[in-house]
Each structure stands twice: as structure tokens, then as C-alpha cells.
Design a protein. Structure first.
Length: 122
């Protein structure tokens, strides 16, 4: 809650994972998605937009799978992640995170391993 309250009073937010900015009583780094969820819950649209923009700008082929499959998400964020994955699928399918997620599902459904082989060859 501290990052949300700090934003409401100062208009500043620390989304820098490298530490605390030089502001007075600034909160430590907060995960952008967690703060997005808080902003969504309390209807702080401008903070929600800032967090969404940060999530969009920091999305890469290396982190999209983890963000899409391992973190609970809101529909707007999920659409962003899905579109990014589909647009960049040729690069994403070659990442370790893609293989890891598919293989996790393969334990429950053996045919998923076949899906991994197929996606790697597309």
C-alpha cells in the first residue's frame, strides 16, 4: 500500500528495480504488475496507465512467457502479453522459458511434449 499512497500524495512511483530513488520517504522498488493490480482495485487510472506502460516497455521475448503463464493477470495485461507472444513467436519459441512452460504441462499431458517439438520446428 505504501507505493500506492506515495503516488497519491506525490505523483511519483518507483518502478526501477535497481533501488530507491532520491525522493523523500520514497518506497522501495515495487513490482509494476502488483502496483497495476492495486491501482486497478482502487480505481487510480493514471497510476494504472503508468504501470501498464512500464509493463509494455519492459516486455521481451525472454520474459513474456513467465509473465503470461506464471503471474495472475488482468485481461488488459493478458491481451498485451498474448499479442506480444504471437507477434514474436519465432523468437519466443526458442527461449528456455518457453521450453520450461511447455514441459511443465507435458507432465500432466504427455502430448504436450509433441507440441514443443512442433512449435520449435515452425
Amino acid at each position: 500500500m505504501h507505493p500506492l499512497l506515495y503516488f497519491l500524495y506525490t505523483g511519483r512511483v518507483n518502478l526501477n528495480p535497481n533501488g530507491t530513488p532520491g525522493w523523500v520517504n520514497a518506497p522501495q522498488y515495487v513490482d509494476a504488475y502488483s502496483l497495476y493490480s492495486l491501482a486497478h482495485r482502487f480505481g487510480v487510472e493514471n497510476l494504472k496507465d503508468i504501470c501498464f506502460d512500464y509493463l509494455r516497455k519492459t516486455l521481451t521475448v525472454d520474459n513474456v512467457v513467465e509473465r503470461l503463464f506464471k503471474i495472475p493477470r488482468h485481461a488488459e495485461v493478458e491481451r498485451l502479453y498474448r499479442q506480444f507472444l504471437l507477434t514474436n513467436f519465432n523468437a519466443v519459441k526458442d527461449t528456455d522459458s518457453w521450453t520450461e512452460v511447455v514441459m511443465e504441462n507435458a507432465r500432466a499431458r504427455p502430448q504436450t511434449a509433441l507440441l514443443l517439438d512442433i512449435t520449435k520446428s515452425i
